[in-house]
Design a protein around this ligand. Structure first.
Ligand code: NZQ
Ligand code: ZN
Length: 386
């Protein structure tokens, strides 16, 4: 294990009626002017908006809405939110939806407190913001685990970069699995695959040899695979949904990363694919992962072999290491087909004339894994994904 410091600042309220039970006490600690942030309107259709608005009104808050936050949130949308927050002297932000709204508000909370351009501050000067509007998150779509960390993935349309900005941690996160029951099944599947991807990307970092973080990680992967299968058979199974919601949060709350340097090369590539195509995050990962992993096979065979046995139930008896390593990629590929995720960019509707060279060239190369990719290899991966 590498040396580590672990501190976790987010209070998690998990379970049935978590908002009703805990939001009033949390709201009593914050100022009067509250920004209620959400996406394209699912919260209005499924009744969550009315429920939260009732709790905010009962707490005597002045509510300002910040709505229309899109998937793959843009830096322009962050600026809009920061403007609304400043104009209305917002004391507290309640972000309600999936990863996109939750990420967008992390940066809004910082940008509202400074006139310095945050993109410039973080990506050019390599400084991080230090002042934030306090926030709470209500998760209505699981997958990213964004509610449990302070990284935000924001698309800068002018620069054609989808990249990380560091914002605030949420003071609390409300995870009521019942709130996720109206998610479209395609989002359930892509969210679950995103969570599985976070586990794999963490697992593929260093140290490569077996360690406690990876053993917990294996359990999370098994849970996601098993509970997605249950959910596909019975979408109303709240127990399976609860497991998925918590497994997704575990993927990004730092516990699996303890003592590790993570990989996240698939994510870096997918994020740039998103910058150029605005594609769905989990679906992009589903196409990229098996292809990228075939390229990693020679270097990553010991980890792949462990995943084959410990996650996918491959019997190692009488096999050389290369056999289960291959079996891992086969099992992952077959699972992607089983749950009806796309296997090519064409299936995702990504145009054939997409500038894959520009995507590969603008992708961050990560240093955490047993294999260091070059931009040319990433271009080869993208071409194979077409
Ligand atoms: O916009 P509305 O109408 O609300 O619809 C949303 C949206 O279409 C819908 N939805 C949410 N809850 C629902 C619901 N529909 C019905 N019933 C409900 N209960 O589902 C969609 C959610 O979209 P989005 O938030 O974009 O999805 P996701 O949670 O997958 O977030 C993706 C974003 O998170 C970033 C991705 O790159 C992408 O930008 N990520 C953030 C991470 C982080 N901060 O830790 C890690 C991830 O790797 C990821 O990169
Ligand atoms: Zn992800």
């Amino acid at each position: 294990m590498n040396s580590f410091t672990y501190r976790y600042p987010v209070t998690v309220y998990f379970g049935e009626k978590a908002a009703e039970k805990n939001l009033p006490a949390e709201l009593s600690k914050v100022g009067k002017n509250v920004m209620l942030a959400y996406g394209g309107g699912s919260v209005k259709r499924n009744g969550i908006y009315d429920e939260l608005m009732g709790l905010l009104t009962a707490a005597g808050k002045n509510v300002t809405e910040f709505s229309g936050i899109m998937s793959n949130p843009t830096y322009a949308k962050v600026q809009e939110g920061a403007g609304i927050a400043r104009e209305n002297e917002i004391d507290f932000i309640l972000a309600v939806d999936g990863g996109s709204v939750i990420d967008c508000c992390k940066v809004v909370s910082a940008q509202a407190k400074t006139d310095v351009d945050l993109w410039e501050m973080e990506t050019v000067k390599h400084e991080n913001p230090t002042e934030f509007i306090p926030m709470g998150a209500v998760v209505t779509a699981f997958g990213t685990g964004a509610e449990m960390n302070n990284g935000a993935v924001i698309t800068n349309e002018e620069k054609k970069v989808k990249g990380p900005l560091w914002g605030a941690f949420y003071d609390f996160a409300i995870l009521d699995p019942a709130y996720t029951m109206t998610m479209p099944m395609s989002q359930v599947i892509s969210g679950a695959f995103d969570a599985l991807s976070h586990c794999m990307e963490t697992y593929m970092g260093t140290p490569c040899e077996s360690n406690l973080s990876d053993e917990i990680n294996e359990a999370c992967q098994r849970s996601i695979i098993r509970n997605l299968r249950v959910t596909l058979k019975n979408p109303q199974d709240i127990k399976a949904r609860s497991e998925l919601v918590w497994a997704a949060a575990m993927g990004e709350n730092g516990i699996l990363k303890i003592g590790k340097v993570t990989d996240f090369q698939a994510h870096m590539l997918e994020h740039q694919l998103g910058a150029y195509t605005n594609c769905n995050h989990g679906q992009g990962l589903a196409v990229i992962h098996p292809v990228l992993y075939r390229h990693m096979l020679p270097e990553a065979a010991p980890q792949f072999a462990r995943l084959a046995v410990n996650v996918w139930g491959v019997d190692p008896d009488g096999k050389t290491e290369g056999d289960p390593a291959n079996a891992f990629i086969d099992a992952l590929t077959s699972f992607i087909g089983e749950v009806s995720l796309p296997t090519t960019f064409a299936e995702m509707g990504i145009p054939a004339d997409t500038d894959y060279k520009a995507i590969a060239d603008s992708t961050i190369l990560t240093g955490g894994c047993c294999k260091k990719f070059t931009k040319d290899e990433l271009l080869a991966v993208l071409h194979e994904c077409r």
